[in-house]
Design a protein around this ligand. Structure first.
Ligand SMILES: Nc1nc2c(c(=O)[nH]1)N[C@H]1C(S)=C(S)[C@@H](COP(=O)(O)OP(=O)(O)OC[C@H]3O[C@@H](n4cnc5c(=O)[nH]c(N)nc54)[C@H](O)[C@@H]3O)O[C@H]1N2
Ligand SMILES: Nc1nc2c(c(=O)[nH]1)N[C@H]1C(S)=C(S)[C@@H](COP(=O)(O)OP(=O)(O)OC[C@H]3O[C@@H](n4cnc5c(=O)[nH]c(N)nc54)[C@H](O)[C@@H]3O)O[C@H]1N2
Ligand code: SF4
Ligand SMILES: [Mo]
Length: 710
């Protein structure tokens, strides 16, 4: 450093009058990177920067979203007071008025329309404590069966498939430290490079160590660029591909017969089916050559270890559950699970995508991954909650089905916490119209999101910087997010809001918590003995051990790094292989003269979900400021579309207008639109609302559209 530079830095340092450091965790994806927000006071101005902190999963790394996350939390546009809609206008009101309004509206609606007229729509971006409390709130404070959450649109197919196959659903069966030592990796419909960027070094290291990486995606992405082989599949045809790979694995006799006979069921049926289909069918269905399929089968079959990673590309399909199961067949047939360097991961999406699906926000679920239909489970939780089992509601319906009930006026009031469903749901025009039929819509958010704008009452919640609690990351590792930043305005923590409403509804006895740690202690008890057992974890341990992998059944239990080493979680200890026919789906979208192109949707690096947070972060908004239509130049030519030109995209459900972006890296029969934008750029206005019969997942990844220049 030159003298001049040294002097400059010294002077700059002297100007920093004070510095504060806040420990926290990124509010976005499932990596849950640990970080510090540093606040420097220079003269009278405060200046902020975020730096990464070491921990077992993200190892100190941050991506562009994490580095800029504080911008949305500190943005002046955040709502800091309850807002009540009076004559169509939002008016700031006190908490007392807000709570009185809720009490009056909820009580009168319950009286007139019944208890199940109230409903709750939750989120996997809230903490475990809040997700747990939301489930208890719906059942105990409101007494309704209608609760579900945005994770239904996210990981439900993977979760259902894992439960059906293994009897247990933890996103990753191993820990990330094993990835660099595995020999072959299949990445099916996952774009980790843009969606979990700080996970990449594990995969880069695997590649350096000689692992063979296969990526399956209709588009070329930063992730497929890492792969040794990219299968540019026809969207929605992954079952056929997995069946084709299995067929060739069987033909080449790479089956682990001991594993199959000792640890699985149904191999014979699966074998009989896949050997009966022809490769010609598979090649036509998938658009992948026989040579490539054989190559995958030989590498995956012959290597001693291997891992399969799936994400929303294959899961957000109306046959997403079966698609995941077809891939799990490959692991089971070759014995690549339950041992070192071999396993399965459904890459978790939201920050708490894992934990928030374990503790009772799902329509059919109770804490600890218990079932609301199982009498023993009901009794146990009723006891923990201090209520009569008979008073515990039965199962409700899935996220999108709740909007159908709203449309049919069976549900007349909804509390939405930490989600923006009129942007994120399929058939978004329908969802918007349905929500407008509600007698009372209440939204708890940081911002006046598109959904909040429709509400009768909006309550301001605290952000990740302010709200302490635990979140379970991509590995299934429970992390304690510290949060000591001063609360903005009159915002309250999500858990506090639930307690205050419950108290107002006369349920104080069940909701008298003073801290998130107190809620966690109850969650530990509620999860004890369940599949997702957190009972051995304490805040003290989580701090000291930098996170613990579940199940953790006692204070001396170190947690569980690798699952299924000796047995699977079904009663008999065996896994269930599944006969999955790729032509079983009657209503799969197909190309027609009216709708001649496949539409698939997804994400870009700089934005998060419906974009409310990242569009309010100036640095992130500047990177991508509008939606776009990724299209092959030769396809564009057919429709007279030029690059960077506005295009009208239509489906049976609606239309949007987005700018074209040429890319010869996408299939010619497919276009792609990211879903982070709203109004006429909201791609969910095009997405159909048919649901997977097992998981109730919509088909975000496969639609059919027509396009025309504007
Ligand atoms: N930057 C960023 N990161 C995020 C998020 C975000 O919004 N932005 N969201 C977080 C959340 S909640 C989630 S769920 C995850 C999502 O993470 P991913 O699932 O990895 O992300 P997507 O972009 O939705 O889809 C992944 C890939 O699937 C491909 N695909 C589409 N159709 C098909 C198909 O039929 N078959 C196959 N094999 N592939 C297909 C798409 O081209 C895309 O590249 O990311 C998390 N991380
Ligand atoms: N077309 C298409 N649609 C999709 C997908 C796709 O791939 N394609 N992916 C689906 C997936 S995987 C997901 S996860 C969903 C997500 O869909 P949403 O849940 O609708 O997405 P978010 O943008 O995360 O909405 C969160 C809202 O909560 C607010 N918020 C943030 N933090 C807090 C907090 O701590 N407390 C409270 N109360 N509010 C907070 C934010 O400001 C924002 O308005 O979208 C789904 N929709
Ligand atoms: S978005 Fe994900 S990878 Fe990026 S910093 Fe946040 S948690 Fe880490
Ligand atoms: Mo997600």
């Amino acid at each position: 450093m030159t003298d001049l530079m040294l002097r400059y830095f010294r002077e700059k340092q002297q100007k920093v009058q004070s510095e504060k450091v806040y420990e926290t965790q990124c509010p976005f994806c499932s990596m849950q990177c640990k970080m510090q927000l540093i606040e420097q006071k220079i003269i009278s101005r405060k200046q902020y920067k975020t730096i990464g902190q070491d921990n077992p999963t993200s190892e100190g790394r941050l991506c562009v979203k994490g580095l800029n996350a504080h911008q949305h939390a500190l943005n002046q546009e955040r709502i800091t007071k309850p807002l009540l809609k009076i004559n169509g206008q939002f008016v700031p009101v006190s908490w007392q008025v807000a709570l009185d309004t809720i009490q009056e509206r909820f009580t009168s609606i319950q009286k007139k329309d019944g208890k199940n007229a109230l409903s709750v729509y939750g989120s996997a971006s809230i903490t475990n404590e809040e997700a747990y409390l939301l489930g208890k709130f719906a059942r105990v404070a409101l007494g309704t069966k209608y609760i579900d959450y945005n994770g239904r649109l996210c990981m439900s197919s993977a979760a259902t498939a894992a439960n059906q196959t293994f009897g247990l659903d933890r996103g990753f069966t191993n820990s990330l430290t094993e990835v660099p030592n595995t020999r072959v990796i299949i990445l099916a419909g996952t774009n980790i490079a843009e969606c979990q960027p700080t996970i990449m070094p594990y995969f880069q290291q695997a590649k350096e160590n000689g692992a063979y990486i296969i990526a399956i995606d209709p588009r070329e992405t930063k992730t497929t660029q890492l792969a040794d082989l990219h299968l540019k599949i026809k969207p929605g045809s992954d079952i056929a591909l997995a069946n084709g790979i299995l067929k060739m694995i069987i033909e080449a006799n790479f089956i682990d017969h001991t594993f199959v006979s000792e640890r699985t069921h149904h191999y014979k049926e699966v074998k009989d089916y896949v050997t009966s289909i022809t490769m010609k069918e598979i090649v036509t269905d998938t658009g992948i050559t026989e040579k490539e399929i054989r190559q995958v089968a030989h590498i995956f079959g012959s290597e001693p270890s291997g891992m399969i990673f799936t994400a929303r590309g294959i899961e957000q399909q109306i046959n997403g559950t079966e698609t995941v199961r077809a891939f799990l067949n490959l692991l089971l047939a070759t014995g690549k699970i339950g041992k070192r360097y071999s396993g399965y991961a459904a890459i978790t999406g939201q920050g708490n995508g894992q934990g928030a699906r374990e503790h009772g926000q799902k329509a059919d679920q109770l804490p600890g991954y218990r079932s609301i239909e199982n009498i023993e489970h009901r009794r146990y939780i009723a006891k923990v909650w201090g209520i009569d089992e008979k008073d515990l509601p039965k199962k409700g319906v899935s996220a999108f089905e709740m909007f159908e009930k709203v449309d049919q006026k069976e549900i007349t009031s909804m509390l939405i916490m930490c989600s923006n469903p009129i942007v994120s749901s399929p058939n978004a025009n329908f969802v918007r119209k349905a929500l407008m039929k509600l007698k009372f819509l209440m939204v708890v958010d940081l911002y006046l999101s598109e959904t909040a704008q429709l509400a009768d009452l909006v309550l301001p919640s605290t952000s990740y910087l302010e709200d302490e609690g635990t979140l379970t990351n991509v590995e299934g590792r429970v992390l304690l997010r510290e949060a000591s930043f001063p609360i903005q305005g009159e915002a309250k923590h999500d858990w506090q809001i639930l307690c205050e409403i419950a108290n107002k509804l006369g349920k104080k006895k069940h909701f008298s918590y003073q801290s998130s740690e107190e809620i966690f202690d109850e969650l530990r008890l509620a999860s004890k003995g369940g599949k997702a057992d957190y009972s051995g974890m304490t805040y003290k341990r989580l701090r000291k051990e930098k996170g613990i992998l579940w199940p953790c059944r006692g204070e001396n239990d170190p947690g569980t790094v690798r699952l299924f080493e000796d047995e699977f979680a079904h009663d008999d200890g065996k896994a269930q292989m599944a006969l999955v026919k790729h032509d079983s789906l009657k209503q799969k979208p197909t190309l027609t003269d009216d709708y001649p192109l496949f539409l698939t949707t997804g994400r870009v690096m700089s934005h998060y979900l419906t974009g409310v947070q990242t569009r309010n972060s100036s640095a992130l908004a500047a990177i991508n400021f509008e939606a776009y239509l990724e299209i092959h130049p030769q396809t564009a030519k057919i429709y007279g579309i030029k690059d960077k030109e506005l295009v009208r995209v239509s489906s049976e459900k609606g239309w949007i207008i987005v700018r074209s972006q040429f890319s010869s890296a996408i299939r010619k029969d497919t276009v792609f639109v990211p879903f982070h934008w709203t109004e006429n750029q909201n791609v969910n206005r095009l997405v159909d609302d048919q649901l997977d019969p097992f998981s109730k997942m919509p088909g975000f990844k496969l639609g059919v559209v027509r396009i025309q220049p504007l």
